[in-house]
Design a protein around this ligand. Structure first.
Ligand SMILES: Nc1nc2c(ncn2[C@@H]2O[C@H](COP(=O)(O)OP(=O)(O)OP(=O)(O)O)[C@@H](O)[C@H]2O)c(=O)[nH]1
Ligand SMILES: O=C([O-])CC(=O)C(=O)O
Ligand SMILES: [Mn+2]
Length: 600
């Protein structure tokens, strides 16, 4: 047997890291990818500092002005590597039907033959980092381990913020501890040699050719959603693309809600909102991913597996999201934002520039106010520890997680979908999630603004056949004594001139208030074929004159337009064939019937 090499860990660690599977796998990858050196990342300050120094020296990171942005950096990615590439993302299950019609599938044999060779010698001239990480609170029974091997120090620095690395992870490793294995190499960054492959059977991820967030920080979408969703299905829990928020009303009653919106549709903003209504308080638990289990009390309990935020920069301002801005004061990695002359980061929506001010855009070119292209990339991001956000409280680290009272689905729809509606029951709510449609955004490559079906905001993130995923949702509901109530929201409805009808951001508390009052069984509703919308007196619009004028348009449900939507959704659901749960078909037929009745 080969001696495990390059275990540059303190002695105490070394005994804990006698996990043979881990050392054998690390050796196997190193033998194949041929790095110049192998380094284990122990999460220490020292390790971080030396990593940063290297990256500043080789230009991977640009150090920001230390007065205004202490210990913060800008990274400019390759211009062809700025968003998730869904067409290059594969589920490599044994059988194609287990990946389902919405995933790209590659057989494990083909991946071995076509993708693994791309890793051969890929790390020559680079250091290979081994990063053990924990997903979830340190002492939670729901937390899971992963190890990412990567030749990108930028990825290591991001993982150190986005996950619990170091002690929290290392001390949970025993000789036989199971973990998710991720291998990542920048390769040659060529989009034609870029693949993100997931092997649900062996809990393995291979990613080559991209350094971008969701493609390369394998803890995030690859592990915590695609692999975890398969584990959750097998083991009876849920891994969801949801933010988690605690809300306390002026009477002191607290509820937690979880909300699934597609990428760049408002999860981070909702997770940190500053309520515009007096007396309301919020607590941020998570902004992107949520793992949920049935508690002993029959309720649904949620933990955030992540430790940081990888948030969308454009549109983030002191007005729209002051808590995010407060979190961004120090210790941040900015990716693909612009720089002002004074060396401070800037992006569209952050705030006004000086007259005629010239910037350095996200590619490093000069940018003048007349330039058509945005200065910051529309999918530019910030990476920051959750602990820096003023609204993150003790529940963030609670090993049991938080009990969920309501689940909210939402999308970006200029037309059709009302500001908020309430599903009739769990099965109808699952149908509402299964038929979620949202306009595409810059978070993935491809055209933006195109409506597409994105069930539960999980279209790009579900690691198995979505028909079985819908079935899993239905069965989870049956196991809950008190299933959360399910709602749908849309902050993005516009008028004829394309202006948002709803002010959004901190004003969204008004919708959350109605949702929580519905959870508690109060407030009047207006029944519609798609579900209940608020009556005007039930939605607190005090001080919002324009929204009050727009109220009817905000909650309007046009049965004819909805019937067309239902027909399109029928075609989408038909893609799952026989595998689609009968309960989803039943909900679909029932909705069509209610709409036809409303029309006639
Ligand atoms: N008009 C309007 N825009 C919003 C609202 N909430 C968020 N946005 C904008 O939508 C964009 C994306 O918001 P985020 O909160 O970062 O979205 P996300 O769902 O967390 O995105 P991912 O990190 O990609 O999963 C930003 O530009 C926000 O400013 C809202 O209530 N109204
Ligand atoms: O995964 C990413 O790169 C960023 C993100 O949160 C998303 O796209 O939903
Ligand atoms: Mn996301």
């Amino acid at each position: 047997m080969r001696a495990p090499r390059a275990l540059v860990l303190p002695e105490a660690r070394r005994t804990e890291m006698t996990n043979k599977e881990l050392t054998n796998w690390v050796n196997e990858v190193a033998d194949h990818a041929k790095p110049d050196a192998v380094r284990w990342f122990d999460g220490s300050k020292l390790a971080m500092l030396s990593l940063e120094d290297r990256m500043v020296a080789d230009g991977t990171l640009h150090r920001l002005d230390s007065e205004s942005h202490p210990h913060s950096f800008l990274h400019r990615s390759h211009p062809t590597d700025v968003a998730r590439t869904e067409h290059l993302t594969f589920i490599c299950s044994k059988h194609e039907q287990d990946a389902g019609p919405t995933n790209n599938w590659m057989s494990p044999e083909q991946a071995q033959a076509d993708v693994w060779p791309l890793f051969a010698g890929a790390m020559k001239g680079r250091t290979m980092y081994v990063v053990p990480y924990l997903m979830g609170p340190a002492d939670s029974p729901w937390s899971r381990l992963g190890v990412e091997i990567t030749d990108s120090p930028y990825v290591v620095a991001n993982l150190a913020i986005m996950t619990r690395t170091g002690d929290a992870a290392l001390r949970r490793f025993g000789p036989h501890t199971r973990f998710v294995r991720g291998v990542h190499s920048l390769g040659d960054l060529s989009p034609t040699r870029r693949f993100i492959c997931h092997f649900p059977q062996t809990r393995t991820i291979w990613s080559i050719g991209s350094g971008y967030g969701g493609n390369a920080l394998l803890s995030k979408k690859c592990h915590a959603l695609r692999i975890a969703s398969v584990e959750a299905h097998e083991e009876g829990w849920m891994a969801e693309h949801m933010m988690i928020l605690g809300i306390t009303n002026p009477q002191g009653v607290k509820h937690y809600v979880a909300a699934a919106f597609p990428s760049a549709c408002g999860k981070t903003n909702l997770a940190m909102l500053v309520p515009s209504l007096p007396g309301w308080k919020v607590e941020t638990v998570g902004d992107d991913i949520c793992w949920m289990h049935v508690g002993d009390d029959g309720r649904l309990w949620a933990v955030n597996p992540e430790a940081g935020f990888f948030g969308v920069a454009p549109g983030t301002s002191r007005k729209t999201n002051p808590n995010a801005l407060a979190a961004l004061g120090r210790d941040v990695i900015f990716t693909n934002v612009a720089l002002r002359k004074d060396g401070t980061p800037w992006w569209e929506g952050l705030g006004p520039l000086d007259d005629g001010e010239v910037l350095t855009d996200w590619r490093g070119n000069l940018w003048t106010p007349g330039t058509k292209e945005p200065a910051a990339h529309p999918n530019s991001r910030f990476t920051v520890s959750a602990r820096q956000c003023p609204t993150v409280g003790p529940s963030f680290d609670d090993p049991q997680g938080v009990p969920i009272s309501a689940i909210i689905f939402g999308g970006r729809r200029a037309r059709l979908t009302p500001l908020v509606y309430e599903a009739r029951d769990w099965a109808h709510g699952v149908y509402v999630g299964a038929t979620l449609v949202s306009e595409t955004t810059a978070a993935a490559t491809g055209a933006v603004g195109i409506p597409r079906n994105d069930p539960m905001a999980m279209l790009p993130f579900c690691g198995f056949n979505m028909a079985d995923y819908f079935g899993h949702w239905l069965s989870m509901g049956r196991r809950l004594v008190e299933p959360p109530k399910i709602f749908h929201v849309n902050w993005f409805r516009t008028d004829e001139d394309g202006r948002y009808l709803w002010p959004g951001f901190g004003e969204n508390i008004r919708v959350l208030k109605w949702i929580l009052e519905r959870v508690e069984g109060s407030q009047a509703v207006r029944p519609t074929p798609i579900g209940n919308v608020p009556v005007q007196s039930a939605l607190d619009l005090s001080g919002l004159d324009t929204a009050r004028e727009n109220f009817e348009r905000l909650v309007a449900v046009d049965p004819r337009a909805w019937l067309e939507e239902v027909e399109r959704n029928g075609a989408f659901l038909d893609r799952f064939g026989e595998r689609l749960p009968e309960a989803i078909r039943r909900e679909h037929r029932a909705l069509a019937d209610r709409l036809r009745t409303a029309i006639s």
